[in-house]
Design a protein around this ligand. Sequence first.
Ligand code: NAD
Length: 489
Amino acid sequence: MERFYLDIAGEARAAADGEWFEAINPATGRPWALVARATREDALAAVEAAASAWAKWRLTPGAERARLLNRLGDLVDANHERLALAETLGNGKTITETRGQMAGLARYFHYYAGFADKLEGAVIPVEDVTAHVYAEWEPVGVCVFILPWNSPLPLCAQKLAPALATGNTVIVKPSEFTSTSIAVLMELVREAGFPPGVVNVVTGPGADIGEALISAPETALIAFTGGEAAGAAVAACAGRNLKRVTLELGGKSPQLVFADADIESAAHGVIQGIFASTGQSCVAGSRLLVHHSLQQALIERIVALVATLKIGDPLDPATRIGPIATAPQLDRVLRYFEIAAADGASLVTGGSRVARGDGEQGYFVAPTIYADVCSDMRIAREEVFGPLLAVITFDDEDEALALANDSHFGLAAGIWSRDGARVHRVARKLQCGIVWANCYRTSSVAMPFGGFKRSGIGREGGSAMIRDYLQQKAVWINTRDGFTASLAS
Ligand code: NAD
């Protein structure tokens, strides 16, 4: 079996104790590679490598950092098919989707390269005109990225590009379920010419090495994407160690379909929202809030469209629904089918595991819709992270908004309405970080991305988040001859 090593100080290394774990292809359920299982000692070696590389990297001119990032972006572009294949093999996302994602991946590096040589400080006009005071931006230091399994490469790129542009060094800790595609990106990082130790990768379960990475005195910032439980554990450890932390967590995002919506567009948007990535998307539109007058027509149209979606081999360009990415996640999704039935929701379509049709045993489930859902049912409150849509009806705009905001999550929402005033009114009242109107799941590196409430802390993407990776230093220079302290006068 192919082996994937740790990447520390520019060297491929086995784990200190020689342990490996299996990478499983979710489309077949079979192991296909071995991945080094990092120990605490390996984690600390990565910290040391990143800290020692930072001593030089932080003083590298912004123009040079920009040149390397642009070069990396060009290489990512030239290798996007390889990256797409690696991502699909790792997490089972359809090749059509990963090709789309990888075609946009270079944009992260090119976009943030533009900031690297424009991190201008300011001269501060203080009360004492004889003082020359300025403030400048400096990198924070060694950054640790803890990633989930659903989109390793985009989620890595969206952290890596701003961190490197601002002069930080990095340790990437991919999910233990999808550690392999990051290795292809690392080849490109090396080829682009980044110095050894500027980007390091340690693989293995977060519970084994997370604490070592977060608590090491040399690490400065932890950027985490994942679920609530691990996010809370990471934030608690970061808090104990007084580290900066950003959290991109889950959601239970509503799609609000008003009586004046274009049904055909809404049907497509709802399907895109919940069944793309087989529902394993933080912004999955997993609650459909629909005006009662449209419920039947909309559900019928969605069911008809869903019946045309090919389920199966994610490497087949005709496939629209790939597998669930991991065996534990498959169990979780199947458990929610039982919970939905026990809570009294009505199954409209799906609700079971499906065979791939060619004898392979992948982790496939049918796109699933439940109607007659109440806001207090577990499928309306808890993140399933699978292709499960919960349909709830409403009578008017106030009720739609109350239902939409009745969640401890606040990541995203969709509005379907042809009334422009309503779109603005509802967008303003929704308690979430991203609102799409008459579209869903469209994105750009230039857009701030993140959640309200328990969906996270901080934003990724856009220009403002560059500050997360920087700290300000104020310098006060006395331009008078001599200095007299009031204590001694
Ligand atoms: P997870 O929380 O189980 O794991 C995420 C990462 O945390 C993994 O690398 C894991 O090894 C690590 N980890 C676990 N325990 C740890 C600990 N104690 N210390 C340090 N690291 C630890 O999440 P997952 O199942 O891989 O991913 C699914 C979740 O990710 C969903 O909840 C989804 O909504 C969320 N997600 C959010 C976004 C976003 O941008 N908001 C994007 C993608 C996924």
